[in-house]
Write a protein that binds this ligand. Structure first.
Ligand code: HEC
Ligand code: HEC
Ligand code: HEC
Ligand code: HEC
Ligand code: HEC
Length: 185
């Protein structure tokens, strides 16, 4: 049983990746009818400002947590700052057009505004912990799909990450807590 601090106060959340998430269009936003099953994200591909490629880094043996530093030890997975990208890329293919854009952001001290693909609405009052799931042995792929074979990350095809039934079903199957206050504060 992982021991996570559970203070009565909602914890200030660590900074998240920059916000603009309009790219993920909900299919239910179009019509009035919105049966819960119909409310799945459209399969629209989330486009990113720079052509990052997960599969290329996976093939080079760069582990998920090298970039998503908190994915095993914090609530939020996070993403390394652009100067950490540059620490490799000043030497590694600096002339590649997408890498050149990354290095330009680093020189200009401008963060890259990646679009979010994985999130639970900030205002929903639901808490999620990557650390708790890592300690319980749940793999990244179980929740996020096979990101290692993708270029930019895309939402998983089989479920939404903010679907309470998906969370609760797995908790029930694994004898994890289904107490409302486990997830809602
Ligand atoms: C541990 C070193 C390392 C780090 C850290 C790293 N990369 Fe890379 N990256 C590589 C290597 C190695 C390649 C492949 C080089 C090759 O093709 O010869 C690569 C390839 C790329 C490419 C080209 C993709 C393509 O289509 O071939 C981009 C863009 C890129 N990285 C962006 C980033 C960004 C953004 C970050 C920070 C979030 C980052 N990298 C962090 C090592 C790293
Ligand atoms: C039990 C399911 C689950 C597992 C396992 C999981 N994630 Fe997540 N991940 C989520 C959910 C849910 C969110 C949205 C969380 C939020 O918005 O608070 C998320 C968000 C993220 C984000 C973006 C937001 C953030 O937290 O910075 C990244 C990056 C991420 N996950 C990477 C990973 C990696 C890497 C692993 C494996 C080491 C992993 N995740 C394992 C469910 C999971
Ligand atoms: C070299 C650094 C690097 C590595 C290694 C890496 N990622 Fe990422 N990850 C990124 C970048 C940059 C983004 C933003 C662009 C995108 O969405 O693809 C991202 C985005 C994500 C997102 C969406 C985050 C959000 O804010 O919505 C998830 C989920 C994710 N990665 C999971 C993984 C998993 C799982 C692995 C290991 C298989 C992994 N990543 C390995 C750099 C990396
Ligand atoms: C694939 C299975 C799975 C999914 C999906 C899943 N969880 Fe979990 N979750 C677990 C397991 C297993 C634990 C560890 C329980 C334990 O150690 O007692 C856990 C632990 C947690 C904890 C920590 C509980 C504690 O007592 O410390 C929280 C909070 C949590 N999950 C929230 C969520 C939320 C929110 C979602 C959906 C966005 C979700 N989980 C999806 C399996 C899952
Ligand atoms: C394992 C985690 C988990 C547990 C346990 C859980 N919820 Fe949720 N709940 C969620 C998530 C995730 C959402 C979606 C948040 C969002 O809107 O993005 C949610 C949403 C909700 C909503 C908003 C309406 C909706 O369906 O979107 C209500 C109301 C709610 N939960 C009530 C409860 C009650 C009552 C319990 C206890 C019987 C409970 N929840 C237990 C994770 C959980």
């Amino acid at each position: 049983m992982p021991t996570l601090s559970r203070s009565a106060q909602p914890k200030p959340r660590p900074p998240r990746l920059p916000e603009p998430l309009a790219a993920l269009v909900l299919s239910c936003a179009v019509g009035a009818a919105c049966a819960s099953v119909a409310c799945r994200p459209a399969v629209a591909v989330v486009e990113q400002p720079i052509g990052f490629d997960h599969a290329v880094h996976e093939a080079e043996g760069v582990r998920c947590v090298r970039c998503h530093l908190g994915a095993e030890t914090q609530d939020s997975a996070g993403l390394m700052r652009v100067e950490r990208c540059a620490a490799c890329h000043r030497r590694v293919i600096p002339d590649h057009p997408d890498v050149a854009k990354v290095l330009q952001h680093w020189q200009d001290e401008e963060p890259i505004l990646w679009r979010r693909v994985a999130w639970i609405d900030e205002g929903s009052g639901v808490q999620f912990s990557h650390q708790a799931h890592h300690l319980a042995g749940v793999e990244c792929t179980t929740c996020h799909g096979d990101v290692a074979s993708m270029a930019t990350a895309q939402p998983p095809a089989t479920h939404r990450l903010d679907d309470m039934d998906w969370c609760v079903d797995c908790h029930r199957d694994n004898e994890a807590s289904i107490d409302c206050l486990t997830c809602h504060f």
